[in-house]
Design a protein around this ligand. Structure first.
Ligand SMILES: [Zn+2]
Length: 123
């Protein structure tokens, strides 16, 4: 499942990388071994950023598939429960946790930049 997530998520992560580069946001690392394997980690600001694929994480912008509906519903519920648990554990360890939906990155990248900058206290 973890493999599926990272593979399915690559293009979204790339999109965030280019968005952050264009906005001049620096200082992030990838592949840090923290709880839930955050997609991006800003160690100095103690900020972690997850990019959640709308499909896998059950965003409202995606309806349930017509086939295997129960399976997908259960899978997404599990994913979301795990997301919440991971956020909680990181928050308890004094990390700021930012979750970015795939569709936000696609539709309103400028808002995503603002969210990150705010969390980093840049603006
Ligand atoms: Zn979505």
């Amino acid at each position: 499942m973890r493999n599926n997530k990272s593979k399915g998520n690559i293009s979204t992560e790339m999109k965030l990388i280019s968005t952050m580069k264009a906005a001049g946001i620096k200082g992030w690392r990838r592949g840090a071994k923290l709880e839930g394997r955050p997609d991006f980690v800003f160690f100095e600001a103690r900020l972690v950023v997850f990019v959640d694929g709308c499909y896998w994480h059950g965003c409202k912008c995606k309806g349930l598939p017509k086939t295997n509906t129960r399976f997908w519903e259960a899978k997404r519920l599990r994913n979301r429960a795990r997301d919440r648990m991971v956020s909680l554990l990181l928050t308890r360890k004094n990390w700021k946790v930012l979750r970015v939906w795939e569709h936000q990155l696609r539709k309103t990248p400028a808002r995503v930049v603002k969210m990150i900058e705010k969390a980093l206290n840049i603006r």
